[in-house]
Design a protein around this ligand. Structure first.
Ligand SMILES: O=C(O)C(=O)C[C@@H](O)[C@H](O)[C@H](O)COP(=O)(O)O
Length: 432
């Protein structure tokens, strides 16, 4: 489908360039927004910059300014925690996988800063990111007589961070919290930006709050215990930054994918830092997602439908986002924005990262449409999608013919129904 456009408005923003494009026939009239980072020139990253012993990145939002510390074994250094803990009590929230690995060390560090430490370990998995688990967290806060000066610490992946953050946002109307992400996905995505919350059976992250942490402490050594599937899930969000606003970084990912998969420390550290820089830029420009922040949702409307449609039990968030980004790319092609080779480029980088590039065979058109209809980007009953105007340029638009969306979903359904066994979890590999 060809869509003609004319640019009618261009304005310079802090760090971001925003274009409002209007045009086309009435049916295809497109009112959409394109953002590009200032830095997005076409040069390539010549070599992978080496991170020093400790790097610090500042996230500056209207509600809070806070550091992200990246370093090796910084879990053992009280200096990264103490300045961000105002009172004497700390509750560490972790899960039964991460707890046995790192809890003792963190307790020792906090005790060396004279903090009274209690902890709770919840079962692992997205299926536990719900109101029932949240209630268990509140019970623990009450049991330990936490007060407004008490600090919650999230030690774990995205589920732990989102749950703990929401408990912190709401217990006694708000206590400080610190994110200590131990998965790649949590480092590059969920620990930064203050989106906290839990799932509803009918929709992902439907109950939550924007609530920024005091600090994010990334001990890069904790990533050494990640299994390959979790690593790949994190790579989906890394690749996302390249697709939505940082082509230079996408090219770097394409060149360095084997190093990333082999957990080359230099490559992983750079990928984490650059991803957090991208996230921090976007979140600083639009803390509460009134506009540009929604580009971080590329692939998420399809992906969240997959997660909810499969009961939050079999797909990792990053896996669902990967398949969702391919669906968004295909739809962008059908809108006349991407070329077929761009779609193949998206599929190729994700498949190289060992991620699924198709939705599961159980996700029918009806199922997709039902779960997508409760997406948080729905406004007055109208769904908005994050699509790609070109590789490196995400757009947020509600102005697309619904048959293009339906045809896109049906296209994938047809593909996966030819060989359903190839598209069930776990994803050994999916071919193009
Ligand atoms: O931080 C954001 O904004 C994002 O959209 C990042 C996403 O990658 C992340 O998965 C987020 O939690 C999704 O938020 P939601 O509002 O779509 O539930």
């Amino acid at each position: 489908m060809e869509i003609s456009r004319k640019s009618c408005f261009i304005s310079q923003q802090f760090l971001l360039r925003k274009k409002l494009l209007l045009g086309g026939s009435k049916r295809h009239r497109l009112i959409t927004t394109v953002w590009q980072p200032k830095r997005n020139n076409c040069s390539t990253i010549q070599s992978t910059p080496v991170m020093n012993h400790m790097e610090k990145l500042l996230v500056q939002t209207p509600s809070k300014q806070y550091p992200i510390y990246f370093g090796s074994r910084i879990l053992d250094s009280k200096q990264y925690f103490e300045p961000h803990i105002p009172g004497d009590k700390v509750l560490i929230v972790t899960n039964t996988v991460v707890g046995p690995l790192y809890l003792e060390r963190l307790i020792r560090t906090l005790k060396s800063a004279n903090k009274k430490v209690c902890f709770i370990q919840i079962p692992d998995g997205e299926i536990h990111k719900n109101l029932t688990t949240l209630s268990v967290l509140y019970d623990k806060c009450m049991e330990n007589r936490l007060d407004r000066k008490s600090t919650l610490i999230a030690l774990g992946g995205g589920v732990i961070g989102d749950l703990t953050g929401f408990a912190a946002a709401t217990f006694v109307r708000g206590v400080p919290f610190i994110q200590v992400p131990t998965t790649l996905l949590a480092v590059v995505d969920s620990a930064v930006g203050g989106k906290t919350g839990v799932n509803h059976p009918k929709g992902k992250n439907m109950i939550g709050a924007f609530y920024q942490p005091q600090a994010v402490v990334v001990d890069i050594n904790t990533l050494s215990t990640l299994d390959d599937r979790q690593l790949a899930a994190g790579l989906a969000e890394v690749i996302k930054y390249g697709l939505i606003r940082d082509v230079e970084f996408l090219e770097w990912c394409e060149t360095n994918m084997e190093r990333l998969k082999k957990r080359d420390p230099e490559a992983l550290s750079f990928a984490m830092y650059r991803s957090c820089e991208n996230k921090s830029d976007v979140v600083s420009a639009d803390e509460r997602e009134s506009g540009v922040r929604a580009i971080l949702n590329l692939g998420h409307t399809f992906g969240h439908a997959i997660e909810a449609g499969t009961g939050f039990s079999s797909w990792l968030h990053g896996e669902a986002v990967a398949a969702g980004m391919v669906m968004a790319a295909e739809m962008s092609y059908r809108m006349g924005w991407l070329r077929k080779e761009d779609v193949v480029r998206v599929e190729t980088i994700l498949a190289r990262a060992s991620l699924p590039i198709r939705p599961p065979p159980t996700m029918t058109l009806e199922k997709f449409m039902t779960f997508m209809s409760v997406d948080k980007k729905v406004e007055s009953g109208k769904l908005k999608l994050v699509l790609l105007r070109s590789i490196g340029n995400a757009i947020i638009t509600g102005d697309f013919p619904v048959d293009v969306l339906e045809d896109t979903i049906l296209h994938f359904q047809k593909l996966v129904l030819q060989h359903p066994e190839q598209y069930e979890v776990p994803f050994a590999s999916q071919s193009l």
